[in-house]
Write a protein that binds this ligand. Structure first.
Ligand code: ATP
Length: 245
């Protein structure tokens, strides 16, 4: 089982269609569609991207705004289906992509812990055993019965991170999570991710902080306009990336 690819991204391309005309209402949209007055521009967010990750690797995805990092993570997490190519993922994925996406904002933090557990396929009993640890890690004890709609983005990030990192998933996907919390909480998350890596979790990590990427990752893929500019050892990719723009 050593050196087995846990994630294999094979010639993945992703096309989005963008409406090129501004439409002010649904009615106008239907009328213009019927009259064939709406044209769409094709936009390729990823072009023929391939790379392989082995068990226990920590991969940083780096690149400028709009280079395709989040799109790549969403395809690996199974949220988006690639237009071309394929992705093979061997293992359970804990995705931290759109923070709080699994939350019902009218429910309290406590209720959302169980809701998210259910979304992750975990039973109520199982979540009860994790409950205290989640509350403690998120440091939201005093807010646990408050509806999440009253939370700041940092509080939502803390709760989402604490829930997603229970147990030891095979693959942890983190998209910009550490940029939301304050510095002290970022350190705490960094430490927890480090502990998960030691236990064999594979990490996919997006951050605009190249220092954070270097601190956690052994491999890096650098995306530029949806193309792989460079893939390899994190230190080598980071060194060239730093001086590139
Ligand atoms: N659902 C969508 N529909 C249309 N275009 C999209 C969609 N999602 C992403 N895009 C476009 O695809 C490109 C890549 O976006 P993506 O979010 O993957 O970039 P990113 O590297 O994560 O950027 P950032 O660093 O700003 O988070 C962007 O130009 C974006 O506008």
């Amino acid at each position: 089982m050593e050196n087995m690819d846990i994630i294999s991204v094979d010639h993945v391309s992703m096309r989005f269609r963008l409406a090129s005309e501004k439409v002010d209402s649904l009615k106008e949209y239907f009328i213009k569609t019927l009259k064939s007055q709406i044209s769409t521009n094709e936009f390729w967010a990823l072009n023929d991207v391939s790379f392989q990750i082995q068990k226990g690797d920590a991969l940083g995805l780096i690149g400028l705004n709009g280079s395709g990092k989040s799109t790549m993570l969403k395809i690996i997490a199974g949220v988006l289906k690639p237009t071309k190519g394929s992705v093979a993922v061997r293992g359970e994925v804990a995705p931290l992509i759109e923070l709080g996406a699994g939350f019902d904002y009218d429910l309290t933090a406590s209720e959302n812990i169980f809701l998210n557990g259910a979304l992750m396929g975990r039973s109520h009993e199982e979540m009860e055993s994790y409950y205290d640890g989640i509350v403690e890690f998120s440091e939201l004890k005093d807010f646990i019965d408050v509806p999440v709609k009253n939370f700041s983005s940092g509080m939502i990030a803390r709760l989402a991170f604490a829930i997603a990192t229970i147990g030891t998933p095979d693959i942890l996907i983190c998209d910009e999570v550490l940029s939301v919390g304050d510095f002290r909480f970022q350190e705490k998350c960094h430490k927890r991710i480090g502990e998960m890596l030691e236990k064999g979790t594979t990490l996919l990590f997006v951050s605009h902080s190249i220092e954070q990427v270097e601190g956690l990752c052994n491999k890096a893929v650098w995306l530029e306009h949806g193309n792989v500019k460079m893939f390899g050892e994190c230190k080598e990719v980071a060194e060239i990336y730093r001086t590139a723009y």
